[in-house]
Design a protein around this ligand. Structure first.
Ligand code: GRF
Length: 206
């Protein structure tokens, strides 16, 4: 029997995207299994969510590692030991290095709360409000060595209202994130994402 795609999720905080992925797996609409959730923060609520669903929740402390590469080597060891095929960054507040990317080529995804390439980096929603854009949204992309620069898989747009603040815009974007991330994983699991250079095409299928 073919095993569903083994996903490892990396979180640093709340983990609402992790929850959306768990929910889609549990309702049968995402043929994948989360084999481990890893956080650099011991108190990340995402770890709690994982435990609640019987998923191994692992804290790997970044302060115990000399540098980014050594931290990523520890991540790779744990991800591999759980048989991970796709690494999903879901609010993971660390820059990853080639140590992780080379271990999982074209198999590390991230979600960003803006329509990239606009507003990469931190506080994307505040950047969008400051700039005065009328639409923002979210982007699911493969991770490369840059910050939020990798090939784009899926984007979803939301309007920016005149009276929005960071919280109201973030909430509107998150509703789209919770649809887009499971969908990107579903396409990956179905082998329907073809990467050519920096362009990702979505192959026809179910
Ligand atoms: C999301 O807004 C995501 O776009 C960004 O970090 C946030 C994580 O939220 N990368 P959550 O922890 O999944 O609730």
């Amino acid at each position: 029997m073919i095993q569903p795609l083994a996903v490892g999720v990396l979180v640093s905080g709340n983990g609402s995207n992790l929850q959306a992925i768990i929910d889609r797996i549990e309702d049968g609409s995402l043929p994948a299994r989360i084999v481990c959730v890893i956080s650099n923060k011991a108190d990340a609520f995402g770890l709690e969510r994982a435990r609640k669903h019987g998923v191994p929740a692992i804290h790997i402390d970044h302060s115990a590692h000399g540098g980014r590469e050594s931290y990523d080597a520890a991540l790779v060891e744990t991800l591999r030991s759980h048989g991970v095929q796709l690494v999903v960054l879901a609010g993971f507040m660390r820059i990853v290095t080639p140590v992780l990317l080379d271990a999982f080529p074209n198999a590390v995804m991230n979600i960003h709360p803006a329509l990239l390439p606009a507003f990469p980096g931190l506080h994307a929603q505040a950047q969008a409000l400051r700039y005065g854009v009328k639409f923002s949204g979210c982007t699911v992309h493969f991770v490369d060595e840059g910050t939020d620069t990798g090939p784009i898989i899926i984007q979803a747009a939301v309007p920016v209202m005149d009276d929005d603040d960071e919280a109201s815009l973030s909430a509107r974007i998150q509703r789209e994130e919770h649809r887009a991330y499971p969908e990107a994983i579903r396409l990956f699991a179905a082998k329907r994402l073809r990467i050519e250079g920096r362009k990702v095409s979505i192959l026809q299928g179910a």
